[in-house]
Design a protein around this ligand. Structure first.
Ligand code: AMP
Ligand code: MN
Ligand code: MN
Ligand code: MN
Length: 282
């Protein structure tokens, strides 16, 4: 069984529609796929239907943007009920926040002499759920950066002209929405927050306290050393281990659906959790 429990469709910053995403996952040998778009569940029903067609079990998932001690931290929800009111209202608030932030990012870019509007960035985009990746793609298309990474480095990263701090929800809110919607809360790509060991420890204690059950030990961009490091953390803190490519688009740093280092034997994978919910059959 190959589980890929983190990826994006064009309802957030991925480029594939849900059908294409599930089709490509099947082609890569993934049998269980969680669609985890940023702050939306819009693509889930289509992904589940496509899963029936292509023989992929689909897990209704989400990647929620939170703010913890002034840092943006992403929390994955696995097996959430996509009709849950509190979850839907909560993430609708985050998408409104994205709209306000996009307007401020436009102002930031205009100040550097880049003449754009939010409508330009949204043009041809399948969602109103604008992320920094959409800005990056637009800047590349218009020749302001040679690739997405350069667009982030030059304009979109913290400290750059178009960077606007997101006012996301609190860590405990995201966990509560996920749990109340029947899902399992997992910390996405824990290596990417620049947390020292002691800060990480503090964060994980809080995450666990609020009902978080796992951390993503292996992602499409994890090194084998990082996988070992977070596997150790899983066993010492009593977390289950998740894995997922965080796939967005084919060109992205060679990340493929189902592509990430294997979980070490000593961890307990999240799919062994009794509440792990899948839709579909093989
Ligand atoms: P946002 O949630 O709108 O701030 O956008 C965050 C998304 O931007 C992440 O989910 C990544 O897909 C992408 N991203 C963040 N930092 C970088 C980077 N340095 N290079 C390329 N993509 C990035
Ligand atoms: Mn993303
Ligand atoms: Mn993320
Ligand atoms: Mn992601």
């Amino acid at each position: 069984m190959t589980y890929d429990l983190h990826c994006h469709s064009h309802f957030s910053d991925g480029v594939f529609d849900p059908e294409k995403l599930v089709y490509e996952a099947a082609r890569e040998g993934v049998n269980t796929l969680a669609l985890t778009d940023h702050d939306t569940v819009e693509g889930i029903e289509r992904a589940i239907s496509a899963g029936y067609e292509y023989g992929v079990k689909v897990i209704p998932g989400i990647e929620i943007s939170t703010t913890w001690e002034n840092k943006t931290v992403h929390i994955i929800g696995l097996g959430v009920s996509i009709n849950d009111n509190a979850l839907c209202n909560g993430i609708a608030g985050l998408r409104r926040q994205r709209k306000h932030r996009a307007e401020k990012m436009v102002t930031g870019l205009q100040k550097t002499g880049i003449d754009i509007t939010a409508a330009d960035v949204a043009n041809g985009v399948a969602t109103e759920n604008l992320t920094r990746t959409h800005f990056a793609r637009y800047l590349v298309k218009k020749g302001f950066a040679k690739d997405i990474r350069t667009a982030f480095d030059r304009y979109l990263k913290k400290g750059k002209s178009a960077y606007v701090r997101g006012s996301w929800c609190a860590l405990e809110e995201a966990i509560e929405w996920i749990r109340n919607a029947g899902g399992l809360a997992v910390v996405a790509h824990p290596a990417r927050y620049g947390l020292t060991r002691s800060k990480l420890s503090h964060f994980l204690a809080e995450f666990k306290d609020h009902g978080g059950i796992g951390i993503e030990v292996s992602t499409g961009r994890s090194t084998v050393q990082e996988v070992m490091y977070f596997a150790d953390i899983c066993t010492s803190y009593g977390f289950m281990a998740s894995q997922g490519s965080d796939f967005h688009e084919p060109s992205q740093y060679g990340v493929r659906l189902g592509g990430f280092p294997a979980l070490p034997d000593k961890v307990v994978p999240v799919w062994e959790h009794p509440d792990f919910l899948v839709h579909g059959r093989i």
